[in-house]
Write a protein that binds this ligand. Structure first.
Ligand code: PDD
Length: 293
């Protein structure tokens, strides 16, 4: 695997960072995960805008222009063998003696790598996935895509302890998101999504799903969703760059939904999943560099 670190492309084994890098010492940095379909980065502009927002929230000057990021990401895609990739990029504040106060004038550390993109298998799409509901004990700036992910990692592991693929999170009686994805529910034929706030990551896939719902006249509301609504939902979906849209079919071991449909991906999921795949296909055919269909 070829990666990029601070101005150079190299095999991953050769990529080394000093131990005083603030990313290592404090988790002081921001990151992005960009899905690449047929060697074209999906929603690149939006990912780079979110990176900008994360960096500016933690007072790191973005070390690259949009054009430079586009060039570097393009080179990483070209230098790896897979057509569909997940590009990971991270910026940390740089290397300095350990001190909580943000030092000024550091040179940011820039790292980019890519893996084969692993999306849900057909079997998982057809069966749906188990999740558990946990209290969201993370900090109050979950809108920043920070590399400090200890809370998310612990929650994901607590979910895995119970055989679940995701921890769906509630705070003060309301749905926030999941440990590594956003969450939608379907209640009485209306798709509900928690609004963007400091409590959730503004997901790029979340925006794409809302765009698709709007474009197809599918009833939906962006509004706070209670824990009771989550637990009694007809359908629950998770969305992320790698999960795309995935049905959650059990919560804490209980089937999601009602009657004969309980515990199976529902009709609204079948529709949004098909529309999402069509949206991707349009993107892969789109002629402009950013592929906005
Ligand atoms: N995670 N919420 C959280 C906490 C996330 O970590 C992610 C994505 C999302 C969905 O965002 P997007 O649709 O832009 O992927 C929501 C990435 C994939 C990760 O950390 O690997």
């Amino acid at each position: 695997m070829t990666v990029y670190l601070n101005g150079e492309f190299m095999p991953i084994e050769q990529a080394k960072v000093p131990v005083l890098d603030r990313g290592f010492i404090f988790g002081d940095g921001a990151y992005e995960v960009i899905p690449v379909y047929s060697r074209r980065p999906f929603r690149l502009r939006e990912h780079l805008e979110r990176l900008n927002a994360s960096l500016s929230a933690i007072r790191i000057d973005n070390p690259c222009s949009h054009a430079r990021w586009t060039e570097l990401i393009g080179k990483i895609i070209d230098s790896n063998p897979w057509d569909d990739q997940g590009v990971y990029l991270q910026v940390t504040r740089g290397v300095a003696p350990r001190n909580h106060l943000f030092p000024k004038g550091l040179t940011a550390t820039i790292f980019i790598m890519s893996d084969p993109l692993v999306t849900p298998t057909r079997a998982l799409i057809e069966s749906g996935a188990p999740a558990v509901v946990l209290q969201d004990f993370r900090w109050l700036r979950c809108d920043i895509k920070s590399v400090s992910l200890l809370g998310n990692c612990l929650l994901r592991t607590l979910a895995a302890d119970q055989g679940a693929i995701e921890a769906i999170l509630v705070r003060d009686g309301f749905l926030t998101e999941a440990s590594a994805s956003n969450v939608f529910i379907v209640s009485n034929a209306v798709v509900l999504a928690p609004p963007k706030s400091n409590l959730i990551l503004p997901g790029i896939t979340y925006d794409v799903v809302l765009e698709i719902l709007r474009a197809n006249g599918i009833a939906h509301e962006v509004r706070p969703v209670t824990e009771a609504e989550l637990r009694s939902a007809d359908e629950v979906w998770c969305t992320s760059a790698s999960k795309e849209v995935l049905a959650i079919t059990t919560l804490d071991g209980k089937p999601v939904g009602h009657g004969a449909a309980a515990g199976k991906p529902g009709p609204a999921f079948a529709r949004i999943h098909r529309l999402y795949q069509q949206f991707k296909a349009t993107f892969m055919r789109a002629p402009d560099a950013h592929g906005q269909p």
